[in-house]
Design a protein. Sequence first.
Length: 135
Amino acid sequence: MIRPPRRDERGVSNVELVLYAPLLMVVILFAVQFCLVYLGNQEANAVARETARVYRTTHDRAAAAKAGMDYARTIGAGTLEFSDASDGVTIEDKTDGYVEVVVRGRAQQYLPDFVVPQVVERVLAPREQLVVAQP
């Protein structure tokens, strides 16, 4: 013989939805913010590679930095933000024939009052030089 349930379980799914929906929304918002940080990191890497490419071939620091900043404005359209004086493109010549390009910025902030980590990408590339062989 089957007994009827002791309590009426109508409305239980509504209570579960009220309890779990805010938690699910917070997890989704953090996932979106993480993706924006990842995207900002990828853009910083692309900007560093473009800046290194221009500097390796022209050996002009100002033109390379300008090309990198222009590339950052066009490729991401706000994905990577340069907010203070320490942010931007830094080019440094190394003694062993290499050039190091460092791009610092901030990823887009989706969540209010959420501390977005600084995005830093470094690219180390050899400087190109024309070497004429002696006969």
